[in-house]
Design a protein around this ligand. Structure first.
Ligand code: ATP
Length: 431
């Protein structure tokens, strides 16, 4: 197969902005989730290239051409996936040729590669597969070590355009082996490093206010926030000529953000609330158990998502029915009768009973109304009590997680709030 020419770095400025195009009717119909574009955008970011736009178009000539034409106007480099197969609905090749104003020509090395691919599988090659060897004149094939469809490199109105198959594994191999080295050379050593801080206990808008100056547009590092189920992520992207400078920019921004947000920041990058709680428990050689009602084991699931959690997590009781709250965790039936299952005394008794029966140093309990039914004026949906038993004390607190919130949201936030309470307790008493 013909090897690709390097990206013409002399005539083109270093690429800064990319447009990522995903082609496939199954994508626009929502039958397949477009993971290729997200992964490409992340890899491009690692090379210091910002994916400024994502476009998804069906397997139809006109929309594909329109997307390519628009991308060529907007981007320094274009990345396309999908529609390179041998069937009639695979139109990417034709659209590229039309937009480049260049006829499709058979590439002998690609033909040889496709024939060899089938020969290695000891399967007859359908003649139809030879359309995959067609390349717009002036373009180049990108070799595909794991499939039949070669990728393509063409220039569209002067903008470099890399086209890769839609199959994620093929796309990844070809991007990493063939495209990334060329882009790295074209970028000329500039790097973009990313870091993410995780926060719990303050809303996104309050966090946004506290770091508003850092979030202004056009700054380097660039800072932005995201929110998911009550956990706020603060994303920091730093661009510099070399990794140490970019890392120094990240460090400085992280220091400032931590100083402004205090212990609302619970971790960074791959850390989670449960992994941080695990580290704190491990550091003091302590153990934990859980008793859950409305979260039905979610807290235990989060804790055991962390590899090695068996060193500090003893286990949990799922005490959904009142009889089980009494039977397994020893909650006095009179407390349930008098205060209701969703109440502070019951949360306290659950934590205390679990603590004692499982013999752990700490115990967390959760009882609440996750909805959508079951709420009342006095006890609305979203009312959750979290209990914490420590070696010296047991207490509970009420959370109002919002009658408008979904069941999923209420359960997740209740579990996170329980973990966060223990995190803060361990961090504060540990000091
Ligand atoms: P092939 O020659 O293997 O058919 P292709 O370039 O024609 O490659 P498509 O036919 O568009 O690729 O897609 C093949 C499969 O790859 C799809 O059925 C889908 O499962 C997956 N796929 C395609 N595009 C994406 C995408 N953007 N994100 C995730 N998966 C995708």
């Amino acid at each position: 197969m013909r090897t690709m020419n390097p990206v013409p770095t002399t005539s083109n400025p270093p690429p800064r902005h990319a447009v990522v195009i995903a082609i496939g009717t199954e994508l626009t119909l929502g039958q397949t989730v477009d993971t290729n574009s997200a992964r490409l955008a992340q890899w491009l970011a690692g090379l210091g290239i910002r994916a400024a736009w994502h476009v998804t178009v069906p397997d139809e000539l006109a929309p594909i051409r329109a997307a390519l034409a628009e991308a060529a106007r907007r981007a320094d480099v274009i990345l396309v996936t999908g529609g390179l197969g041998p069937t009639d609905d695979d139109l990417t090749r034709q659209a590229l040729a039309d937009e480049a104003g260049a006829p499709l020509e058979s590439d002998p090395e690609s033909v040889a590669h496709i024939r060899a691919f089938f020969a290695a599988l000891k399967r007859p090659m359908p003649e139809r597969n030879l359309v995959q060897a067609l390349i717009p004149r002036g373009g180049r094939a990108i070799s595909n070590p794991v499939g039949t469809a070669p990728g393509l490199y063409v220039e569209l109105h002067g903008t470099p355009c890399y086209v890769l198959p839609g199959v994620p594994a093929e796309m990844e191999r070809m991007f990493q082996q063939e495209v990334a080295p060329r882009l790295r050379a074209a970028v000329g050593g500039r790097v973009l490093l990313q870091r993410r801080l995780h926060c719990f206990g303050l809303g996104e808008s309050v966090i946004g206010e506290r770091i508003a100056d850092l979030m202004q547009r056009g700054r380097n590092p660039e800072v932005g926030t995201t929110a998911e189920l009550g956990i706020i992520g603060v994303r920091i992207n730093a661009t510099a000529d070399a990794a140490p400078q970019a890392a120094a920019l990240l460090d400085e921004a992280e220091r400032t953000i931590r100083a402004r947000l205090g212990d609302v920041v619970f971790g960074r990058d791959k850390q989670t609330l449960s992994s941080v709680v695990g580290q704190l428990l491990t550091a003091r050689g302590a153990t934990l158990s859980t008793a859950e009602s409305c979260t039905g084991g979610l807290l235990g699931k989060l804790l055991t998502d962390v590899p090695g959690s068996s060193t500090y997590y003893l286990g949990g009781l799922i005490t959904y029915a009142n009889a089980v709250k009494s039977g397994l965790a020893g909650v006095p039936a009179a407390d349930i009768e008098r205060h209701g299952a969703v109440s502070e005394p019951v949360a306290v008794a659950l934590a205390a009973g679990c603590h004692q029966r499982l013999g752990s140093d700490f115990a967390l309990s959760i009882t609440g109304i996750a909805g959508p039914a079951g709420g009342s004026t006095e006890k609305p949906v979203g009312l959750v009590y979290v209990g914490l038993a420590t070696p010296t004390d047991v207490s509970a607190r009420a959370l109002q997680l919002g009658a408008w919130s979904s069941r999923r949201m209420i359960r997740a936030r209740a579990a996170y709030a329980a973990l966060d309470w223990l995190r803060l307790h361990l961090a504060r008493v540990g000091r």
